[in-house]
Design a protein around this ligand. Structure first.
Ligand code: ADP
Length: 453
């Protein structure tokens, strides 16, 4: 185990709101920040507010924020001794984490081995199963080549099944199969797609759950054997596997059940000597949790966990990377109140067409229980090259009702001109009867959108 080591300077290998979020945590801890940026982001807040900023390439992400060699070189040139990858881009790239460490720089995140283990969905599931984390029933390993063997497997799991690429991600590389006569064709198609998209044709199969909720557990682990779980989030409101609105805690799920799953996640982390922040994703149906995958990075929706636990997850990530022990015990982690996050995107609220361009007017809400994480100011240009997230509006309340009410007021105060945003979608969702009841499944938003047409 390495001795505690204080960094002087942290390079943040990201852009947008998360780059600012990480800068704040660094400042909080008295650390200097290095921003890297593409030519398109030269006027961005994460560049203007950093202690040092270095342009690493043109607008294309492949030639800037995904260019591992340039980022490592930027750290060397600026004397940064640690790199925080944020989310997206290189955050779950084991080869990048390894290259960073080989260059003598601390990677603020899990070990390359943990990233690799969880990046392959088959080994991730097998590891979790061995640790006592309940998983979606399925093939327990790669699908064989033999057609009869595949059929036997699917029959024993029971239709409908979902065929998934072991190396898949971002909601791609999977196919639902409703009956045995479609299976072999579906496997062949998915295998071809997996090979093309991820360079890995390995597939597995699991039972397709028809009305699950997406519930996830946040974990935080130090390098001294402490692994904590920080409550659960409900991220069921999704469109095309993209989360739209998240809340903590998940409405209507008994806290004892969440505690039992949380404890299993923490134990699994101890078993694999996991380090840093991570998220266990589950499908939840009929009172049963079933693990689907683990994200080995900070999540977009981390603020709702921060708001309900009072724990600064990004500061904790940095301190863990410095070798410090977590100063809080599991029984001192208390969740209180309710928090909801709306992802504000630069897109048409109902057609979802992207709406890049210059923002002429930008008035943010405030008041009790409101937190806004954003990189936008009046005059900012929303670039077409990157994701469309322009702000996260987070409301906390003593109860779910209070959080919802605060969110409604906050969204009504928010003024954005002259690009389209999805604020009207959030406003409509916050009045939806099923959402207000709590506990909608992962298909709810898409069904709701279809009904509106
Ligand atoms: P990715 O890494 O591409 O996000 P996941 O394994 O997390 O892939 O699955 C993405 C989404 O696909 C889930 O949030 C869920 O909506 C759906 N899904 C995945 N597995 C199942 C399953 N066994 N049953 C039903 N839906 C599933």
């Amino acid at each position: 185990m390495s001795a505690p080591q204080r960094f002087g300077r942290v390079l943040i290998a990201n852009r947008g709101e998360i780059a600012l979020r990480i800068q704040r945590a660094c400042r909080q801890l008295g650390l200097e920040t290095v921003a890297v940026y593409s030519e398109a982001d030269a006027q961005s807040r994460h560049v203007l507010e950093a202690d040092i900023a270095l342009c690493i390439g043109p607008a294309s992400a492949a030639r800037s924020y995904l260019d591992a060699a340039s980022i490592i070189l930027a750290a060397k040139v600026t004397g940064a001794t640690a790199i925080h990858p944020g989310y997206g881009f290189l955050s779950e790239n084991a080869d990048f984490a390894e290259a960073v460490e080989k260059a003598g720089i601390t990677f603020i995140g899990p070990t390359p081995d943990s990233i690799r283990l969880m990046g392959d969905k088959i080994t991730a599931k097998q590891t979790m199963q061995a640790s006592g984390v309940p998983c979606v029933p399925g093939s327990d390993g790669p699908l064989p080549e033999d057609e009869n063997a595949i059929l036997d497997l699917a029959n024993s799991v029971g239709f409908p099944v979902i065929v998934k690429a072991s190396g898949g991600g971002g909601g791609r590389g999977m196919r639902v199969v409703w009956s045995a006569d479609e299976l072999i064709k579906a496997v062949a198609l998915t295998r071809k797609e997996a090979q093309q998209a991820f360079g890995n044709p390995t597939l597995y199969l699991e039972r397709f759950m028809q009305k699950p909720r997406h519930i996830e557990i946040q974990v935080l682990c130090d390098t001294h054997g402490t692994a904590l779980w920080l409550g659960a989030r409900d991220c069921s409101l999704q469109r095309r596997h993209q989360k739209v609105l998240e809340e903590a805690p998940p409405p209507g799920i008994p806290s004892e059940l969440i505690a039992e799953i949380g404890a299993r996640c923490a134990q699994a982390c101890r078993n694999i000597e996991y380090r840093g922040a991570g998220t266990f994703e589950f499908l939840y149906e009929d009172g049963i949790f079933a693990f689907i995958e683990m994200n080995t990075r900070l999540q977009v929706e981390h603020p709702i966990t921060e708001e309900t636990t009072g724990i600064d997850i990004v500061c904790a990530q940095i301190e863990i990377a410095q070798g410090k022990p977590l100063m809080i015990a599991q029984n001192a982690v208390q969740t209180s109140g309710h928090a909801i996050e709306c992802r504000i995107n630069a897109e048409d609220p109902f057609t979802f067409a992207p709406s890049p361009g210059q923002i002429s007017q930008w008035n943010l809400p405030g008041g009790a229980g409101i937190r806004i994480d954003t990189h936008i100011v009046a005059g900012s240009v929303v670039q077409p090259y990157y994701d469309s997230l322009i702000a996260k509006v987070i409301a906390r309340g003593a109860t779910r009702e209070e959080a919802i009410q605060r969110l409604k007021v906050a969204l009504s105060e928010m003024q954005v001109e002259t690009i389209a945003t999805n604020i009207p979608l959030h406003q409509a969702l916050l009045c939806d009867r099923d959402f207000l009841k709590g506990g909608v499944d992962i298909h709810h938003l898409e069904h709701w959108l279809e009904k509106r047409e």
